[in-house]
Design a protein around this ligand. Structure first.
Ligand code: DCC
Length: 224
């Protein structure tokens, strides 16, 4: 069995809350694809567990089979959460992130597209994200908007943390295909003001305004 600890822990040097990691980009890409495929199946499992109607005995047999699979993955583990890492190529990876983490079966995941006027993401939310019947949980909407708005504020050249996030839920957001959008409205020193929205085929369901703060002393890189 291969352990990942040597390349993903021993080589990592802490840098402003992020980890500089000397894993080559090619290896990061390969590992990410493998973890992504596992997370896809985990996501399918979560949906299947919510919606299954098989008999109790079969549910319990599946539970026992899954426990054995979990033990195999636990044979070699990071000591804590996955964190955010980047290498000398400025390839970054945050595989545990709740919204975009490639290895996180809880993440929808959101695929954020950076454009000249902001960011957008198309996502399909299923049964695992339900709040009111057939509708997206309000906290999930806030989480997804928080992330895409934070990435928009960060602009792939700095880190910006959420200071204040204000939500307006205009109508219920149906489970299914959705579009998220975010754009920077203005900047004042280290404060970045961002607007965001979630829409379904019928238009906007949720609007958000956020103030994102670049923490003092954190670096800013040239735009890529
Ligand atoms: C793979 C790569 C991924 C990279 C991309 C990653 C995208 C991630 C997106 C996810 C976003 C998140 O969930 S982030 C996680 C949730 N957020 C957090 O945990 C943040 C917790 N809070 C903090 O760490 C801190 O309070 C900060 C960083 C927000 C601010 O601390 P600070 O830097 O010391 O700020 P400070 O000097 O006091 O203030 C600077 C200016 O900001 C204002 N200010 C300070 N706090 C706030 C506030 N909460 N709301 C509004 N404004 C504020 C001040 O009035 C001041 O304005 P003036 O006097 O200059 O006018």
């Amino acid at each position: 069995m291969t352990s990942r600890r040597s390349s993903l822990d021993a080589s990592a040097a802490h840098a402003g809350g992020f980890f500089l990691d000397d894993t080559p980009t090619e290896e990061v890409d390969r590992r990410e694809a493998v973890l992504e495929s596992l997370a896809g199946t985990v996501r399918d499992l979560v949906d299947a567990a919510i919606r299954t109607t098989v008999e109790d005995e079969e549910v319990l047999r599946v539970r026992d089979d899954l426990a054995a699979l979990v033990a195999r993955l636990r044979a070699s583990q990071l000591p804590g959460p996955a964190g955010v890492r980047f290498n000398a190529d400025r390839r970054s990876w945050n595989w545990g992130n709740a919204v975009v983490g490639a290895a996180n079966g809880i993440a929808p995941p959101l695929r954020v597209v950076h454009g000249p006027d902001g960011c957008h993401a198309d996502v399909r939310l299923g049964a695992a994200y339900e709040g009111p019947p057939g509708l997206v949980h309000g906290g999930v909407s806030a989480m997804l908007l928080d992330h895409i708005m934070g990435e928009t504020a960060s602009g792939r050249r700095r880190t910006a943390f959420t200071g204040t996030l204000t939500m307006r839920y205009r109508r219920g957001t149906p489970l299914g295909p959705l579009r998220l959008e975010a754009r920077v409205v203005r900047e004042e020193g280290r404060k970045i003001f961002v607007d965001g929205s979630i829409s379904d085929a019928g238009g906007v369901t949720v609007e958000a305004e956020g103030i994102f703060i670049q923490p003092a002393g954190t670096p800013e890189f040239p735009r890529t």
